[in-house]
Design a protein around this ligand. Structure first.
Ligand SMILES: O=C(O)CCC(=O)C(=O)O
Ligand SMILES: [Fe+2]
Length: 194
């Protein structure tokens, strides 16, 4: 892939995502990955309710609703609010889906897709938030890439780093080669294209 060309005209390059380092403390990441234990993992569920193993292969669970985990919604809401103020400036009016915990083992991946979909909830997805819950050296491969303009950007893989992007932006998780990658994925919702 060729390097991104210099932005013409001397202005600022367009920004398509917001990265927040240390958005989650390592102990918070561990609490979330531990929360998976004992939960039923539905293998390869697309959020539209259709399963397509060619696009997605990962173990996915909904974040359980418990008092111990109440801080998660507060944190992710703050991350969305800050990113929306800083960059996106879109109309957000709710959080209509439970947060997801995903885990990708060897060979598992999520091919290029966008998160805005059909249906009354998926069509209202405006922003996507992904948090790297695993330590950077806990897995090989498994990069989260965002392709907003033809130049895929690999999200930083440091544990606790969050990235926020428009739910209409192409992204993928490359196949994990070894180890296990955990992530937290959340959407913020709102009316179309405003
Ligand atoms: O695991 C991730 O970081 C992203 C997953 C994803 O793209 C999705 O669940 O729609
Ligand atoms: Fe996605």
């Amino acid at each position: 892939m060729a390097a991104r060309p210099a932005y013409p005209g001397g202005g600022h390059p367009l920004q398509f995502w917001v990265v927040v380092e240390n958005a989650f403390h390592p102990a918070e990441c561990t609490q979330l990955t531990d929360a998976r234990t004992g939960l039923d993992a539905a293998d390869g569920i697309l959020v539209a309710g259709r399963s397509n193993q060619n696009i997605r292969q990962s173990a996915l669970v909904w974040l359980p609703e418990s008092e111990d985990l109440a801080w998660v919604d507060a944190r992710t809401t703050r991350l969305f609010a800050d990113a929306n103020r800083q960059l996106f400036g879109c109309v957000l009016d709710g959080f209509e889906e439970q947060s997801q915990l995903a885990a990708y083992g060897p060979g598992q991946h999520y091919d290029w897709h966008i998160d805005r979909g059909q249906g009354h909830i998926a069509s209202r997805r405006k922003l996507t938030l992904s948090v790297q819950l695993s330590k950077a050296d806990a897995y090989v491969g498994g990069e989260l890439e965002i392709n907003a303009d033809g130049y895929p950007f690999a999200a930083p893989r440091d544990q606790g780093t969050a990235i926020i992007f428009a739910a209409t932006t192409l992204h993928r998780v490359k196949p994990v080669i070894s180890g296990l990658r955990h992530s937290l994925v959340v959407w913020a919702h709102g009316p179309s294209f405003v």
